[in-house]
Design a protein around this ligand. Structure first.
Ligand code: G3P
Length: 217
């Protein structure tokens, strides 16, 4: 499973890329608003950090305008993926963009039926929102399994991009269920590594090694 970072904060993103474990980035209008910077500038800056996919979301809700905005965004860099909402207009735009060879990420997916429609429209990625379903008292993760089964049974190549990830458990479960990618907030990415027993174990090893008075080099 590939790792994308779900942020428009270029400082956080740059730090995450230094690990060598990050394959791409996703943004959305809320993350852009939080960053408080010019949208296209931010996307250009991110695309300079990576050759991996960088999702940039259209702002319009009407297909013709979405297509125009999507084309403009795709001109920023060759690795821009145009993010489109899961509406009829979004699917029309998705079909048009995929016919032009522009990668798309269909977002705000909450059912397997929606994911099926996005695949039929030629989406490169589908973004099921796990955390927002959990917030409603539903099992968000079940959606990942359903979409995986549907795409495999029906032989769709659309990649499942698990989104709205709230913690390390979401990441692990998405991987076990066969998601192709998880887009992870920077805080959760850091939390994936942390374990108190790792810290304590290392601290003991360092202390004991120093006690030997030896040097490897
Ligand atoms: O970028 C889409 C998605 O990951 C948003 O997550 O936490 O706002 O539900 P969240």
């Amino acid at each position: 499973m590939r790792i994308f970072i779900d942020t428009a904060d270029t400082n956080e993103l740059r730090e995450a890329f230094t690990t060598g474990l990050v394959d791409g980035c996703t943004t959305n209008p809320s993350l852009i608003a939080k960053a408080g910077r010019d949208f296209k500038e931010v996307i250009a800056e991110i695309c300079e950090m990576t050759d991996g996919p960088v999702s940039a979301e259209v702002a319009s809700t009407e297909a013709d305008m979405m297509i125009k905005e999507g084309k403009r965004l795709s001109e920023i860099a060759s690795n821009v993926v145009v993010k489109l909402p899961l509406t009829w207009d979004g699917l029309k735009a998705c079909r048009a963009m995929s016919e032009e060879g522009i990668d798309t990420n269909v977002t705000l997916c909450f059912t397997a039926a929606q994911a099926w429609l996005a695949a039929k429209a030629g989406a490169t990625y589908i973004s099921p929102f796990i955390g927002r379903l959990d917030d409603l008292g539903q099992q968000g993760m079940e959606l990942i399994g359903e979409i995986r089964a549907l795409y495999d049974t029906q032989d769709y190549q659309t990649q499942i991009l698990a989104a709205s990830i709230r913690g390390p458990l979401h990441v692990k479960e998405a991987a076990l269920l066969g998601a192709d990618v998880a887009t992870i907030p920077p805080k959760v990415f850091k939390a994936l590594l942390n374990h108190p027993l790792t810290d304590k174990g290392l601290s003991d090893f360092v202390k004991d090694w120093q006690g030997t008075g030896q040097s490897i080099l």
